[in-house]
Design a protein around this ligand. Structure first.
Ligand code: AGP
Length: 609
């Protein structure tokens, strides 16, 4: 994780780097730091915590420079502290910012210490800066020193490097961690994500794995992993600098919850002709691939994994497509048996999740011939590594808690079920039903958002609680899991989800008045069974909040608070029933006074194992 931003320009880069860091805080916010090279010296400022602390430090004691590097950290090696904050400096000459993990740092550290380098931090990054300083003793340029250093590194990195003896040169390189070059007029910048650079440019070069770039004010040279000089295309971004503003909302998360009707419409847009989903919505050769596959294997993490769990029900129930799903970090080390004619489907908001990427590469290594990614980040690593792509068009999601990415993933998955299912047992009638329900979604989402005030009131029931249970059945069990994840990640209340039928096998022992039980109870074939499960909880004094179809909704009583949901078709109800759970966790977090958009210990983009 961590966010990097750096630049070389004819103007002072410090304000640009600070703004860039703020836009990268979703990648980590344990500490922030910035260094410039100016008048033959490195000037560095570092602060524990968020970028605003660093900003205050620099406002109180300004630094300026035309070349600089900056970093916002999500701690891996070494606790969050000022001395572990980047940039790291070697012998007052070289400074480095790093995103990723260096796996052989112990070995390198020992060798560097033997050669007289003194370490001042517990980070894996510090070996990189000392190694570059060491390689500069024999290399004829900063570029060649960095090339020599990265040849010794094992693991993942994106780097920005400056050196006092080359004040006109910024070196950038990446392997396994993302890095983009922003092309300005007479200036270049680098960042972990284009969002950091949108205030200064909309023209970007996406470095490929193994690339090393030498940036000067008037030149840019890129070498690939085989040390060949290469040209990489400049891509014009459509995103605007203010597309990541909070607008009228108090938090990004709330804004993103409210954007879901729009995001779903965008995701559906242009993918149908005469109400018929086009195979090529997944890529020009998608039809050929779909014709060949015999089963589906879904790989994802966190919230994206939950969307995959819903899809497994859909694939098997609606279309009789054999479908397996596994958490990516387990799949990658399990040595699974997988047939070459399986379609591996990865799901990821960021497209950079290290475990998901590694699981995809592992599936390919095991001989899988076809891959498809459902992703919200164009040009991300997973998009580049996959044969077929379905972009969710949710727009940038800044809140660490994933909301609109999840609902648009479900929309994309329903489209995939149509495309693949047609080749299996999906009937034309079911296909038409799915399509018409998909297009009804934005309106239904708007209706659910009207429950916001009622849900805010309910959230008070959680203010003094330390635990919560979430129950669901069928496709709504993963929705209960997603609700529990949302609550724990932003309100720090311990929450678990269970398939409601499983309660009596153990968790029922936890039920008392201190344990709120949130239940998603749409009108489907499992409702009667779910009602019995609700009774089991209520009879033991449990406090239930039940989201239920308005046409069936019973009245609330002492133990059971019913929230009436718009009546929707089964096929889309997992998407619709997600929204109140997002709102609930949001309001609980606000009540508890947590940092809603940047909850403790987490980061938005998990680019480490
Ligand atoms: C969601 O609220 C989480 N912050 C997290 O579980 C996330 O979904 C997970 O890290 C996977 O990320 P991805 O979708 O970018 O791959």
């Amino acid at each position: 994780m961590c966010g990097i931003v750096a630049g070389i320009a004819q103007r002072n880069v410090v304000p640009i780097l600070l703004e860039g860091l703020k836009r990268l805080e979703y990648r980590g916010y344990d500490s922030a730091g910035l260094a410039v090279v100016s008048q033959g010296e490195i000037f560095r400022k570092r602060e524990l915590g968020k970028v605003k602390g660093l900003e205050a430090l620099i406002a109180a004691d300004p630094i300026e420079g035309n070349i600089g590097i900056a970093h916002t950290r999500w701690a891996t090696h070494g606790k969050p502290s000022t001395r572990n904050a980047h940039p790291h400096v070697s012998r007052d000459k070289v400074a480095v910012v790093h995103n990723g993990i260096i796996e052989n740092h112990d070995h390198l550290r020992t060798a560097l210490q033997q050669n007289g380098f003194e370490f001042t931090s517990e980070t894996d990054t510090e070996v990189i800066v000392h190694k570059i300083a060491e390689d500069l003793q024999t290399a004829d340029s900063l570029l060649n020193a960095v090339k020599a250093t990265v040849a010794t590194l094992q693991g993942a990195y994106a780097l920005g490097v400056v050196f006092i003896d080359c004040p006109d040169t910024l070196i950038a390189c990446r392997k396994g961690s993302p890095l983009v070059i922003g092309v300005g007029i007479g200036e270049y910048f680098i960042a972990s994500d284009i969002a950091a650079l949108l205030p200064v440019t909309q023209r970007f070069i996406f470095l490929e794995d193994g690339d090393i770039a030498e940036l000067k004010i008037d030149s840019l040279v890129i070498y690939d992993e085989n040390d060949h000089r290469v040209e990489r295309p400049i891509v014009e971004s459509q995103l605007k600098a203010d597309s990541v503003d909070k607008g009228k909302y108090r938090h990004y998360m709330l804004k993103e919850i409210y954007e879901q009707a729009w995001a779903v419409s965008e995701t559906l847009e242009g993918r149908f002709i005469d109400n018929r989903l086009q195979d090529n919505a997944f890529g020009h050769n998608a039809a050929e691939v779909f014709d060949q596959i015999k089963s589906v294997q879904i790989l994802a993490c966190g919230t994206s994994y939950h969307s995959g769990l819903v899809a497994r029900y859909w694939f098997e129930k609606l279309a009789r497509v054999p479908c397996s799903i596994e958490v990516a970090s387990e799949f990658r080390y399990r040595n699974p048996v997988i047939s070459p004619d399986t379609l591996v489907v990865t799901i990821s908001q960021s497209g950079e999740t290290a475990d998901t990427l590694a699981a995809l590469l592992e599936a390919k290594r095991l001989g899988v011939k076809h891959s498809l990614v459902i992703c919200n980040a164009p040009e991300s690593s997973l998009v580049r590594e996959s044969d077929l792509v379905m972009m969710t068009r949710a727009g940038p999601e800044i809140g660490v808690a994933s909301t609109k990415a999840f609902t648009t993933q479900l929309v994309a998955l329903l489209m995939l079920i149509i495309a693949v299912g047609r080749r299996f047992a999906l009937t034309k009638e079911t296909e038409e039903k799915i399509v018409s329900e998909l297009f009804s979604l934005p309106g239904n989402i708007e209706k659910v958002l009207k429950l916001d005030n009622a849900i805010e009131l309910l959230s008070q029931r959680f203010a003094d609680k330390h635990n919560a249970l979430f129950l669901g059945r069928g496709t709504h069990y993963p929705i209960a899991m997603e609700g529990a994840l949302k609550l724990k990640e932003i309100s720090y209340i311990h929450a678990e989800a269970y398939p409601a039928g499983e309660l009596k096998h153990g968790p029922l022992a936890l039920i008392d008045a201190e344990m709120p039980v949130v239940t998603v109870a749409p009108n489907n074939n499992l409702l009667e069974k779910l009602k019995s499960n609700i009774q089991e909880v209520s009879a033991r004094g449990g406090q239930l909040i039940v989201f239920m179809d308005e046409e069936l909704a019973e009245s609330s009583d002492e133990n059971v608070q019913i929230v009436k949901m718009p009546s929707v078709a089964n096929i889309i109800s997992p998407i619709v029933y997600t929204i109140p759970l997002q709102l609930l966790s949001y309001h609980v977090a606000v009540l508890k006074g947590t940092d809603v958009d940047q909850p403790r210990n987490l980061a938005k983009s998990v680019t480490v194992e």
